[in-house]
Design a protein around this ligand. Structure first.
Ligand code: GTP
Length: 366
């Protein structure tokens, strides 16, 4: 039986306030929770049992899957205290059902959208008789990442910290957050404390002569951990740049059948419009996620932003790379700048925020 573990216990702080009430893997991406896309991919790769390594808002995972009736067994390994990525893998290993110490176990980070062929990764692992096989991806600018150089056979030479100088950029390969572990190697991770697989387990394995291999691919890859990456990942799934068994064919937008879109509105770039949302006349929604029961009033523009459920965006307001928490109200003619994150339930009055010249007279009595 092919088994897998998905790491879903992180707090997702970079995606707050979206993650205040919902763990990152349960946020909706291209019309389904992200973890459902991952599960569909695992099932396509022949996985029959998956263990969720949960911690933050753990009970919501069981809630999400309580009626799951497809041909996949799901177990939950709950950490009372987060154990780090390595500790989480070890802890979830207790619930694996096979007892072959050489069995390959697939491990996925719960926030990576990737086109990697999981069957090919498993095959590579078997062929190399590896202890661990890591999916590696190539990035254009390696400066923001720890680097993973390999030799000509793909054997990992070292795990390097983020490069600080040009000379330290010895490769463009980075850890893509998806691994195959030999079961016995997984079971050898310490069980009694927090362990980082990236900083501790992998470097120790390489230093000790373990058979650690990289499987480098050029396929689509994105870490959805930041707001902009999150909206881009969702838009890529809708527009077909990235694929998921749960998304049918490329389209300009994914609009829930109960949403009401004015015929003069433009919804483009792989945007998603949630249930019962109302999109007014002459609105532009581009490469964005509009949650359920959101109203976007006439003439507003929403670019590369997330508006969480039950919020309203006033007439002629402009949002660019903004996250609006749930139950918020952005009044008319606001102009919200990039990287702004509005907490849940915030109210911004009409013309309250602008980054270009303001048209309104000063309301204060001088
Ligand atoms: P940020 O707080 O925004 O950095 O997000 P995060 O908490 O998700 O951390 P990060 O993106 O580094 O985590 C990578 C993956 O590992 C995600 O899928 C997390 O859910 C998961 N993860 C991180 N730490 C833990 C942990 O202690 N336990 C478990 N079970 N999963 C974890």
């Amino acid at each position: 039986m092919q088994e897998a573990i998905i790491l879903v216990g992180g707090k997702g702080t970079r995606l707050r306030p979206l993650t205040n009430h919902t763990p990152k893997p349960l946020l909706s991406v291209a019309g389904s929770s992200f973890i459902r896309h991952q599960i569909a991919k695992l099932m396509d790769a022949g996985v029959e049992h998956v263990v969720f390594a949960t911690s933050y808002l753990a009970s919501l995972f069981e809630e999400e899957f309580k009626d799951f009736s497809q041909d996949l067994a799901i177990s939950y390994a709950v950490e009372e205290v987060p154990l780090g990525t390595g500790g989480a893998i070890r802890n979830a290993g207790r619930l694996l059902r096979g007892d072959d110490p050489d069995a390959p176990v697939l491990i996925l980070n719960g926030d990576i959208l990737s086109g990697v062929d999981l069957r090919a990764l498993l095959e590579r692992h078997e062929t190399q008789d590896a202890d661990v096989t890591l999916h590696l991806t190539r990035v254009l600018d390696p400066r923001a990442f720890g680097l993973v150089p390999t030799d000509e056979d793909g054997r990992v030479l070292s795990f390097l910290e983020k490069p600080k100088t040009a000379a330290e950029i010895v490769t463009d390969q980075i850890n893509a957050g998806c691994y195959v572990f030999r079961r016995s190697v997984l079971d050898a991770i310490p069980a009694d404390r927090e362990v980082s697989v990236e900083q501790e387990t992998f470097p120790q394995l390489v230093a000790g002569g373990g058979r650690v291999f990289g499987h480098t691919t050029q396929e689509y890859w994105r870490d959805l951990g930041t707001p902009l990456a999150f909206v881009h990942g969702s838009a890529d799934l809708v527009s077909g740049r990235a694929t998921s068994p749960l998304v049918d064919g490329p389209s300009e937008a994914l609009i829930h059948p109960t949403a009401v879109i004015d015929p003069t509105a433009r919804v483009t770039g792989g945007s998603t419009i949630g249930a019962h949302a109302v999109i007014g006349a002459h609105v532009v929604v581009d490469r964005s996620i509009i949650g359920a029961h959101v109203t976007v009033a006439e003439g507003a523009q929403v670019h590369e932003s997330v508006v969480d459920h039950d919020s309203t965006i006033g007439e002629e307001s402009l949002l660019r790379e903004v996250v609006v928490g749930c139950h918020s109200h952005v009044g008319a003619q606001n102009e919200l700048p990039a990287q702004l994150r509005l907490s849940c339930g915030i109210r911004i009055p009409a013309q309250g925020v602008r980054v270009s010249g303001t048209a309104v007279a000063c309301p204060t009595v001088h």
